[in-house]
Write a protein that binds this ligand. Structure first.
Ligand code: MN
Length: 409
């Protein structure tokens, strides 16, 4: 049967955000052990039990890859092997294999009985700045409306090296940071709790194959180095950031926390959802030459408590994942398995598609209405920010799970 028409004998999978076409990878625990898992509908699939019972077989695979705190060792088995394992899962759980459903059900756990964890041990983390709308909005607010983009922006994917140690999984509370803040322009800074706490709606990608130090990844090969995509919230303390960022870029305004979704979605699952990106002018240098379908059409939503505050899409990104990775390594920088790169805030052309509160409330001048009658210009203690990402065609949907954080004092 054609891939897009496939159904699973796990009935809750069909029509859900986790159908048999998705099969994301993550780390979960139940009965006090951490394992590599996938998801179908309302169930976690324990890949370590499938392996122990001889349902999975790829070269080099051992139990230690699947009974592990992180996916990194498993990822090191290589993209071809992992694609092969994905095909084995599709075969096992498709309706055509319902005769084995009784046996396979014993390797599935209700999602409600599991705890999902940070899926990768992140070695290095880089944050780009790849949305033209976002960079333009920030340039208008903080610099010069007539020259909102700095001269380099249209020539290269701007980025900075972030902090890996404070990347947390969805559901982790976010403690409001403190630091140096200038309360009024021209005055000396004070030590204070952040008063302008914000989110940034981003899509990350996880490195699945290393390049050697000194050996750039050609743009045509970049996607072979990407294990999958992950939803990303780059929490930002705007007041700390504003005072500290000149001349070396973001530091303490960013590195107190970033939240990722629990699932990594493979490029295999997203292959049907590639789309064109915005026209690039001037034409980028050859090492950044874009593919015709360089972006993914993935819908993004942000909620503060129960209020939908932004609807965006990864297709708006000016610089693609391939261009980001080609640029990151053009100087010979070596990427390692488990490294994480995030897109930068993904804002679209409409005000309703802006990916941060800074833009949605336009530097505090346009308070965002909440369903309970209150308004926000930045996040308050107790606020819960939820991001979701999904893509769909006429046959199925692919979801990323939720990326949630509650602000605590
Ligand atoms: Mn960011």
């Amino acid at each position: 049967m054609e891939f897009s028409q496939l159904k699973s004998w796990v009935e809750s999978a069909n029509g859900s955000l986790f159908p048999i076409q998705n099969l994301p990878l993550g780390i979960c625990s139940y009965n006090n052990k951490k394992i590599v898992c996938s998801r179908l509908g309302d169930f976690i699939i324990d890949l370590s039990l499938l392996y122990e019972n001889n349902f999975l077989s790829i070269p080099g695979l051992e139990l230690r890859h699947l009974q592990n705190d992180y996916l990194n060792d498993f990822i090191s088995l290589g993209a071809d092997n992992i694609s092969n394992l994905r095909k084995q899962l599709i075969r096992l759980f498709s309706v055509e294999n319902s005769t084995q459903s009784g046996m396979l059900q014993s390797y599935m756990i209700s999602i409600d009985d599991c705890i999902l964890h940070l899926p990768i041990s992140v070695g290095d983390y880089t944050d780009f700045y790849s949305s033209k709308e976002h960079a333009t909005n920030v340039g208008i607010m903080f610099r010069d409306p007539a020259n909102a983009l700095l001269p380099n922006w249209l020539h290269l994917p701007v980025g900075y090296h972030g902090r890996a140690s404070s990347i947390v999984t969805s559901g982790t509370d976010i403690k409001r940071p403190a630091g140096q803040i200038v309360l009024k322009d021209g005055e000396v800074p004070v030590y204070s709790k952040c008063k302008q706490l914000d989110f940034e709606l981003e899509m990350g990608f996880v490195i699945g194959k290393e390049n050697k130090l000194g050996e750039p990844i050609p743009i045509q090969e970049t996607l072979n180095h990407v294990f999958g995509l992950i939803l990303f919230n780059d929490w930002s303390a705007r007041d700390i950031q504003k005072w500290e960022y000149v001349p070396l870029g973001p530091f303490l305004g960013k590195n107190f926390a970033s939240t990722v979704s629990p699932w990594i979605i493979s490029l295999d699952a997203l292959a049907e959802f590639k789309t064109e990106g915005p026209v690039q002018s001037p034409t980028p240098l050859e090492y950044l030459s874009p593919e015709p379908l360089r972006n993914f059409d993935i819908q993004l939503e942000v909620y503060i408590n129960d209020t939908l505050v932004s609807k965006s899409n990864t297709k708006y990104l000016y610089w693609s994942i391939s261009q980001q990775l080609a640029h990151h390594t053009v100087n010979g920088c070596n990427m390692r398995i488990g490294d994480l790169c995030a897109s930068g805030t993904i804002s679209g052309p409409e005000a309703s598609s802006f990916g941060s509160m800074l833009e949605l409330a336009w530097k505090g001048t346009k308070p965002i209405p909440m369903n309970d009658g209150s308004t926000r210009v930045f996040l308050q203690d107790g606020d819960v920010v939820k991001m979701i990402a999904f893509t769909e065609n006429k046959n199925y949907r692919i979801g990323f799970g939720e990326c949630i954080g509650k602000i605590v004092s």
